[in-house]
Design a binder for this molecule. Structure first.
Ligand SMILES: Nc1ncnc2c1ncn2[C@@H]1O[C@H](COP(=O)(O)OP(=O)(O)O)[C@@H](O)[C@H]1O
Ligand SMILES: [Mg+2]
Length: 256
């Protein structure tokens, strides 16, 4: 089992941006194989990376539940689901991407979910690093029953409200079925020096600040031009910040 790095924080604080730049770091350093998991139902990690996402794990579940008899004759339903799962996995030289998509709808999906979860568990064994871009509620992580998060990166903007959201996520951790070995905070769109009120609040919540990310207009430019964040120049402010964040994160997760 590889190292699991997960990102969490409220919507719009920069999780997907950081996730993309973490993947850029892994690619550049050739630290793979890496599996990126987009666990936000409003998925857009693929978009940020310039990858076309046609189908999600949620789509497979929905399709299968709509037509459980649609399994080709003579094929075992587990083999069939596995085949569909393989179609969802986007494979690239630098890393692979699995998009979870919608959460389950109504009705009992237990059987399909169990099969799909088992496949993801098996799949994950092939990678050295797993990077999970979560939504605010961490639904995906709360449903996981195996594995241990080596580093949970909580992302906040430079605002007390963002920090409090981080505090609430941190409080949720004991209720998760999986262990979290390390937690750290990344402050996005931060000024060069953090103010006392912010530092005090971070202290109160009990999160260690791993690093800060300055505002970087190049990100907006890339978004507007639909360019992949993987193609940002090495000296862009956000890239430099995430590269140094990753040196720190790898130092922590590899030391155990
Ligand atoms: N440091 C930054 N400088 C400038 N724009 C940023 C920065 N971080 C994030 N953004 C922009 O903010 C928006 C939300 O970021 P995103 O990473 O999608 O947040 P989340 O995944 O947490 O919802 C995006 O349009 C992104 O380009
Ligand atoms: Mg996002």
């Amino acid at each position: 089992m590889g190292k699991i790095i997960a990102l969490a924080g409220k919507g719009g604080v920069g999780k997907t941006t950081v996730a993309s730049l973490v993947l850029r770091y892994f690619s550049k350093k050739e630290l793979g194989p890496v599996l990126a998991v987009d666990a936000d139902p409003n998925s857009n990690l693929g978009e940020t990376l310039g990858m076309d996402v046609i189908k999600t794990v949620g789509d497979i579940r929905e399709d299968f539940m709509k037509d459980p008899q649609g399994v080709p004759s003579g094929m075992d339903k587990i083999v069939y689901l596995e085949m569909l799962m393989n179609q969802v996995l986007i494979e690239r030289k630098e890393f692979d991407l699995l998009v979870m998509g919608r959460q389950e709808g109504q009705g009992c999906y237990c059987m399909v979910n169990n099969i799909l979860n088992k496949f993801s568990d098996e799949l994950e064994k092939n990678y050295k690093f797993l990077l999970v871009d979560n939504e605010a509620g961490m639904e995906h992580l709360s449903r996981r029953t195996s594995g241990n998060i080596d580093m949970l990166i909580l992302v906040s903007d430079y605002a007390l409200r963002g920090l409090r959201a981080v505090g609430r996520i941190k409080e949720m951790i004991p209720s998760l079925k999986l262990g979290v070995s390390n937690i750290g905070l990344v402050v996005n769109r931060a000024p060069s020096e953090l103010g006392k009120a912010f530092l005090d609040e971070a202290d109160k919540i009990g999160v260690q600040i791993l690093s800060t990310l300055p505002n970087d207009d190049t990100l907006l430019e890339f978004d507007m031009e639909r360019k992949s964040l993987l193609d940002l120049p090495d000296d862009s402010k956000a890239v430099v910040a995430v590269d140094s964040l990753m040196e720190k994160v790898l130092g922590i997760v590899n030391s155990k």
